[in-house]
Design a protein around this ligand. Sequence first.
Ligand code: HEM
Length: 271
Amino acid sequence: MFWFGKTPKVIIKDPELIQEVLSNKLGHFGKPPLNPLILILARGSNEQNNQSESTSSKKGDHGLTIEEVIEECKVFYVAGQETTSSLLTWTMIVLAMHPDWQEKARQEVMQVCGKDEEPTFEALTHLKIVTMILNEVLRLYPPAIALYQHTYRETKIGNLSLPAGVDVTLPILLIHHDTQLWGNDADEFKPERFSEGVAKASSKHRLAFFPFGWGPRTCIGQQFAILEAKMALAMILHNFSFKLSPSYAHAPNTVMLLQPQHGAQLILHKL
Ligand code: HEM
């Protein structure tokens, strides 16, 4: 346990305990309290808040005010846009680094989606190699590098007793690179790990792989994100081959999400 600012913090590295926190059976955990700046951003300007008497604040058919609906849209935008963009960016970088996998993925796209057609929903569900690649990229470069919880009551997980008021960090990136869970080649790009699905790949512990979280708060956009990434990737692979530019410098860095610090300079060739 350590202190950073006013709140005590703990980082949980044991997947078994991570599972306990995320399953939240006793309801002692919750999202950490938001800091005032985030609250102001999430609520919009004071001006808007002061309009609570206006007609726009009336509850709609679903029991939400217009403001609440707007806030939900913002959550979906923030949670869904940069995350998927991070996944696609890292996938392009990694496939540029591994032309053999880029070619395998392209062959599959051409075969399953057809040479001259746009991919259909049905075709995308049959892309096995592309799915393996996306999972391996999510393992090595998870857009959200950690999950954050907060103890609202004194609680116990495994042998660990936590008082109320502790910030709990569940380090996705660290777990995804753990050699005990993934072997000595944990840092290497090997999509074949996922050739028999996620459950087999993460057979050491089911929380060895949790890029979308786990339990009741798991990402609601997971299926949509994968579909979106497959669609974009299939169209790119269909139309272009790509390689890294000499100016690319590999520097994964976190600014909220995991991003290439100096950009993703790629050279595309029309096929
Ligand atoms: C590769 C893409 C994505 C990744 C890696 C990702 C990952 C995550 C993670 C780790 C969480 C937190 C779970 C937790 O707190 O325990 C989350 C929550 C969430 N995600 Fe995603 N997500 C992605 C795409 C999307 C998309 C496309 C949408 C919507 C269209 C979306 C909507 C949400 C929402 C609404 C939440 C809950 C936010 C909250 O209430 O705290 N996500 N996602």
